[in-house]
Design a protein around this ligand. Structure first.
Ligand SMILES: Nc1nc2c(ncn2[C@@H]2O[C@H](COP(=O)(O)OP(=O)(O)OP(=O)(O)O)[C@@H](O)[C@H]2O)c(=O)[nH]1
Ligand SMILES: [Mg+2]
Length: 225
């Protein structure tokens, strides 16, 4: 790939022409330029519904924030924690102007007070249903415990409103190869039954950098790059 690229040197923005080809597996540089944009508690606080964004949804503690960090190769971009319920707002990360990754609060964590759980249920429902710039939802599941009730609800619901979904079966590093493939087949079958397009389920590991390229290819397609 050849073309003009922006760079920053000693606080000066410069433009340069790169003539050499990037290898096919090269990371699209926009992911590495991700930066925190804003965090929202309410629908009214969301940034303008313009451009394009991809949201990461899933049960609490499955590894949504870690997946965003692995994909962007910025370890400290989204806050992660061993303690479930870490992400308690809708966090927006800007890639380039008008293109965003979105880290959603996790669902299904029993220790979150019921009133807060209801709040997020309503906000996430409206966000996924109404957000015009939302190109697709990455549903993150723990490869060891996929397809919990709320995951099935999310898949059914996204299919019903024709929201494209890509499933990351993360923490695959904790499974043997055979177990990983079993989990993959299981979720692929369920995915098809939920009326979603086939072939959009993958194994992933943030800690072992597994499945990054496949995930980025999906994001590239949704963003139209
Ligand atoms: N082994 C392994 N651990 C992981 C992986 N991804 C995330 N973790 C760990 O899982 C825990 C939760 O990760 P987070 O990324 O904070 O999970 P989350 O889904 O954003 O959690 P909430 O914001 O609470 O909903 C952390 O201790 C991570 O280090 C992975 O691929 N492999
Ligand atoms: Mg999180």
């Amino acid at each position: 790939m050849a073309g003009w690229f922006f760079g920053v040197l000693k606080n000066c923005v410069y433009l340069r022409y790169t003539a050499f080809s990037l290898p096919s597996h090269a990371v699209n540089p926009v992911y590495r330029r991700a930066c925190f944009l804003t965090g929202s508690h309410q629908i009214a606080q969301l940034p303008p519904d313009e451009g394009a964004e991809v949201a990461f949804a899933g049960r609490s503690n499955v590894g949504k924030s870690s997946a965003i960090n692995a994909i962007t190769e910025i370890g400290s971009l989204a806050r992660t924690s061993r303690t479930p319920g870490r992400t308690q707002q809708i966090n927006f990360f800007s890639l380039v102007d008008g293109y965003r990754l979105v880290d959603l609060p996790g669902y299904g964590y029993a220790k979150v007070p019921p009133s807060l759980q209801r709040h997020w249920q309503v906000v996430l429902d409206r966000y996924i249903r109404e957000r015009r710039s939302l190109r697709g939802v990455v549903v993150v599941m723990d490869a060891r415990h996929p397809l919990k009730d709320l995951d099935n609800t999310m898949l059914t619901w996204c299919a019903a409103i024709a929201r494209p979904v890509h499933v990351l079966l993360t923490k695959a590093d904790k499974l043997s190869r055979t177990e990983s493939l079993q989990a993959l087949r299981l979720v692929e079958t369920a995915f098809a039954q939920h009326g979603q397009e086939q072939g959009m389920v993958q194994l992933f590991s943030a800690t072992h950098a597994q499945g990054l390229e496949e995930a980025r290819i999906r994001l590239d397609r949704w963003f139209g790059w």
